[in-house]
Design a protein. Structure first.
Length: 200
């Protein structure tokens, strides 16, 4: 008779499965990893993962949701620790970059394009919304302080997000020109964006 699992048992195994999946997905890509490989990584039978996840896509969604929640927590902590809007914006930006470079496997998987339908995974949708909300909040505070102008904080936040995400991906992929360092490009990028969104 199968062992009756407590909530703690289930949570512990899911956590270990997600940690193994994050590493294998990052090393080989989600398409190259099977449920059997994930089971072998944890030393369990090939059918054990199915007691905790529907399929590999379910695991990928859980890994990505964990990544977005850790990412959002880092941004939220930076936001909460800085009451000054300008300092807050700088701290949130620094937290973004630090998370991406400290957790490159998680960051790559968070934005993986192979998830078939994110709407099927409510935890993932909530985690992504949590991350977006923090970035919109700090832009809203910049507008409120008169440091930038705009009627649509969410739109402006997406512009900033697209810029920093693109630069981070170029850095992670090793595609930056050898005579230009990441911080120099980042400073110039946000100087230009700040000028573009400056109050008239």
């Amino acid at each position: 008779m199968p062992k009756v699992l407590s909530q703690d048992d289930v949570a512990d195994f899911r956590e270990r499965m997600c940690a193994a999946a994050e590493r294998l997905f990052a090393e080989h890509g989600p398409e190259a990893v099977s449920m059997r490989q994930l089971a072998a990584e944890l030393g369990v039978s090939a059918m054990t993962p199915y007691r905790y996840f529907r399929d590999k896509d379910d695991i990928l969604a859980a890994v990505r949701a964990q990544g977005f929640n850790r990412f959002a927590e880092a941004l939220e902590n930076a936001y909460a620790a800085n009451p000054d809007p300008a300092a807050r914006a700088g701290a949130v930006g620094a937290a973004y970059v630090r998370f991406a470079f400290d957790h490159p496997a998680a960051y790559r998987l968070m934005f993986d394009l192979s998830q078939p339908s994110e709407a099927d995974y409510p935890d993932l949708v909530r985690a992504e919304e949590r991350a977006r909300r923090t970035m919109t909040d700090y832009v809203d505070s910049l507008i409120g302080a008169g440091l930038i102008a705009g009627e649509h904080p969410d739109l402006i936040a997406h512009v900033f997000w697209a810029a920093i995400h693109g630069l981070v991906v170029l850095k992670l992929a090793g595609k930056l020109a050898p005579d230009l360092d990441f911080e120099t490009i980042r400073a110039e990028m946000f100087r230009a964006l700040g000028r573009g969104f400056a109050p008239a």
